[in-house]
Design a protein around this ligand. Structure first.
Ligand SMILES: Cc1cc2nc3c(=O)[nH]c(=O)nc-3n(C[C@H](O)[C@H](O)[C@H](O)COP(=O)(O)OP(=O)(O)OC[C@H]3O[C@@H](n4cnc5c(N)ncnc54)[C@H](O)[C@@H]3O)c2cc1C
Length: 362
């Protein structure tokens, strides 16, 4: 099985492939098999405590399971996890295209020009490589800085500047909050921000997500319960917004050459706009295969391709549940999609002999 991407999704896939008695080959574009975590902003800590953040088979090290691991601790954890797997993990290898292979399976082409025959493919390439940047009126003529939060690292470069952060999710609020002491910041959102307490009844929210089963709810059920995405908060973010320490406004309507125009018609100069407006799956290498819809999203149900049954996905937002795109949830999805893939690949091999005759290696 060829696994595209060596982040938490790719590593969880590799473990599940091994458990299914098959051989995983992980192809990772980066220098290490630790996913996108090194690229996240410096101050990032997990929103779930260590005890609820592990992948299958390996707990986070450390004495206090209730701490919130920092970004670099997650990187170190994934490094250890990768090393613990008896899997062929090749770093510095970017998959350029996946195509059907005559006789069965796929031909995976790397950016180095290698062609690898695969009985099955797991697309675990994340979304950090494909940040979503909206286009607003006047944006092309705006002379200030426009940046997606994916390219934000730390607050110091914004010292003394006028900055707008656009978005109502965890990243938007965290970044605006850490910029506020250094810069003149406005958090621009379409609607008032919804906060959810980090701790309820003396327990972290993730305890309750687990015991109530909310963590496993599919999107249609969850959205009936919770209308809008919510920001996890110990109380500091809500206090900052309520007290005016953090200015919150509706999103501006247009850029001007040196700033923005607000919904009330007033304009002001702005040095930088940071969009924390989400990500899209990073799957361009599947275009030639015909596995994607016109909008670039995969044709899939629950992570199993509906156009190519020997192709599965991991790490998609709401792939099977609320927790699909998290450290704590991806292992469950890996078990599910790899079981289906293993069955399919074994069936293909038994039924027609196609896989074996065509000497697919992975
Ligand atoms: C700012 C931020 C904070 C988050 N905080 C949390 C949190 O606190 N807790 C939590 O559980 N989740 C969190 N998440 C969500 C999620 O857990 C992470 O995004 C996580 O990195 C997703 O893992 P992944 O393996 O699916 O994707 P990634 O970590 O993005 O890994 C994908 C890998 O695929 C590689 N790749 C991409 N394209 C190719 C290609 N063509 N060929 C070969 N390799 C390729 C990339 O180099 C990368 O290493 C956060 C996400 C963001 C953006």
């Amino acid at each position: 099985m060829v696994i595209v991407g060596g982040g938490q999704s790719g590593l969880a896939a590799a473990r599940a492939v091994l458990s299914a008695g098959l051989r995983p080959l992980v192809l990772e574009a980066g220098a290490e098999s630790v996913g996108s975590w090194p690229g996240y902003y410096d101050s990032l800590t997990l929103f779930s405590p260590a005890r609820y953040s592990a992948l299958p088979g390996m707990a986070f090290d450390g004495a206090d399971p209730d701490r919130y691991p920092a970004r670099d601790e997650v990187v170190a954890y994934l490094r250890r996890y990768a090393a613990s797997l008896d899997a062929d993990i090749r770093t510095g290898v970017r998959v350029a295209a996946v195509r059907p292979r005559p006789g069965g399976g796929f031909l995976v082409t790397t950016n180095g020009g290698d062609q690898i025959a695969a009985a099955g493919v797991v697309a675990a390439s994340g979304s950090f490589g494909n940040p979503h940047l909206p286009r607003l009126s006047g944006q092309d003529d705006y002379a200030g800085e426009v940046r997606h939060v994916a390219r934000y690292r730390r607050p110091e470069p914004y010292l003394g500047k006028r900055v707008i952060v656009v978005g109502a999710g965890n990243s938007a609020v965290q970044v605006a909050y850490e910029l506020a002491p250094l810069a003149s910041v406005t958090l621009a959102t379409r609607a008032p921000i919804q906060f959810v307490p980090q701790r309820i009844g003396g327990r972290d929210l993730h305890h309750w997500l687990r015991v109530t089963g909310v963590d496993r709810l599919p999107r249609p059920v969850l959205t009936r319960l919770v209308r809008r995405a919510a920001v996890l908060d110990t109380g500091v973010y809500r206090d900052a917004v309520d007290s005016g320490l953090l200015d919150r406004r509706e999103v501006f309507t247009a850029f001007t050459p040196d700033g923005v125009t607000w919904p009330d018609g007033t304009s002001e100069p702005v040095d930088a706009v940071i969009f924390a407006t989400g990500y899209r799956p990073n799957l361009a290498y599947l275009t030639a295969l015909g596995a994607l819809r016109g909008d670039g999203l995969p044709r899939q149900v629950g992570g199993i391709s509906t156009s190519h049954p020997e192709l599965v996905y991991l790490g998609l937002e709401f792939q099977r549940s609320f927790s699909s795109n998290t450290l704590r949830g991806v292992g469950r999805d890996a078990t599910h999609v790899i079981a289906a893939l293993a069955q399919r690949v074994r069936g293909a091999g038994r039924g027609s002999g196609a896989i074996r005759r065509s000497s697919v290696r992975w």
